[in-house]
Write a protein that binds this ligand. Structure first.
Ligand SMILES: Nc1ncnc2c1ncn2[C@@H]1O[C@H](COP(=O)(O)OP(=O)(O)O)[C@@H](O)[C@H]1O
Ligand SMILES: [Mg+2]
Length: 333
């Protein structure tokens, strides 16, 4: 039984660029899948195929129980899409934009009006509701874009890099909105270049690179693949290294690595901060003086680097925005 979003072997070629090279996905109902990958990985192309905007050359997709290639119109009725190409009319006000979407979905005028007011409040846009969208800052536009995708509560949502280029405050605001949405039972596929975002919002992460899913799992599972947590100790006296090594052996889950010249010992562990405290006590009991000790956990950055050999996050995400958003952002400065 496929999940709310299911894809099998999606292939899409543009000229001699293979944008998708056999993408498989399965998102259980009511969960969030984070599609994580660098620029050009194939995230947007995947979303466009799943939302009927683009026809894959090969493969199969089922969204909300409907075959995407056979019945695109039925799929469109069950999904919401926000992201790099969603339609916000620059010349309409925020309120008018939302009301228009409601009318497009055949809501009665009164219901569309009420829904718009509710969303403007929820997305912190009430004060700017009656200004044309072209006067909005980048963050406000993103929120309006997301609100527009939520006028009718769709069972399946797609968000293509919802927070790329946003400042931390706006990113946090969007994260809160997304969490609320998901707690209501919506299934969500979210693309992102931000490891922290995937970590924060997604139940499951699919790492994409060069049009393929190269790893799949929870954030913890992916992190565990790169070796899990470890304790690092720097002893004060080089002569104490053998004794310290013996202490670590008692706590470790694997071999201790010794970097003699730095007086540093590293050992894989499980047990987190509690275990760290025990290690410190034991070293102290044996009179081993330490310069530094810490628990190191792999980040998703480590995971991405070890999987692909390059870092995931764009250096300057704001360069990736479409001109309209960039202009709006400039105007807001
Ligand atoms: N309409 C298009 N025409 C030609 N090449 C495209 C088109 N859309 C995407 N591509 C190419 O396909 C690859 C994947 O793009 P995309 O899905 O936009 O990646 P992402 O969203 O992960 O940044 C890139 O190499 C991109 O240049
Ligand atoms: Mg993209």
């Amino acid at each position: 039984m496929p999940g709310a979003i299911y894809a099998e072997g999606l292939v899409k070629t543009f000229g001699d660029v293979k944008a998708l090279d056999g993408v498989d996905l399965d998102v259980p109902e009511g969960t969030v899948l984070g599609l994580l990958g660098p620029n050009g990985a194939g995230k947007t192309t995947t979303v466009r195929c799943l939302t009927t905007l683009l026809r894959p050359d090969r493969g199969r997709a089922v969204v909300a129980g409907v075959d995407v290639l056979k019945h695109p119109n039925d799929v469109r009725r069950s999904i919401g899409l926000s992201g790099q190409f969603a339609a916000v009319d620059e010349y309409l006000t925020g309120r008018e934009n939302l009301q228009m979407v409601g009318r497009l979905y055949q809501m009665r005028a009164k219901a569309a009006k009420a829904r718009a007011a509710e969303l403007l409040e929820q997305f912190d846009l009430a004060d700017a509701a009656d200004r044309p969208a072209k006067t909005y800052s980048g963050g406000m536009r993103r929120r309006l874009d997301l609100a527009a995708a939520l006028v009718v509560s769709p069972p399946v949502m797609f968000m293509d890099e919802p927070t790329t280029g946003l400042d931390p405050r706006n990113r946090q605001l969007l994260w809160d909105v997304i969490k609320r949405l998901v707690s209501g039972g919506t299934t969500l596929l979210l693309t992102t270049q931000y490891l922290e975002e995937a970590d924060h919002l997604a139940h499951d992460i699919a790492v994409v690179d060069h049009g393929r899913v190269i790893a799949r799992g929870t954030s913890d599972q992916l992190k565990a693949r790169t070796g899990g947590e470890r304790v690092e100790v720097v002893v004060h006296e080089r002569d104490d290294m053998p004794a310290a090594s013996e202490v670590l052996r008692g706590f470790g889950k694997g071999d201790t690595t010794v970097e003699e010249h730095m007086r540093k010992l590293t050992v894989p562990v499980t047990g987190g901060a509690k275990l760290l405290a025990e290690v410190i006590r034991e070293l102290d009991t044996r009179g081993i003086e330490i310069d530094d000790i810490g628990l190191r956990r792999p980040t998703l950055d480590d995971v991405f680097l070890s999987l692909t050999g390059h870092v995931a996050e764009a250096k300057d995400a704001s360069d990736e925005q479409e001109p309209g958003q960039k202009a709006a952002k400039e105007a807001a400065k």
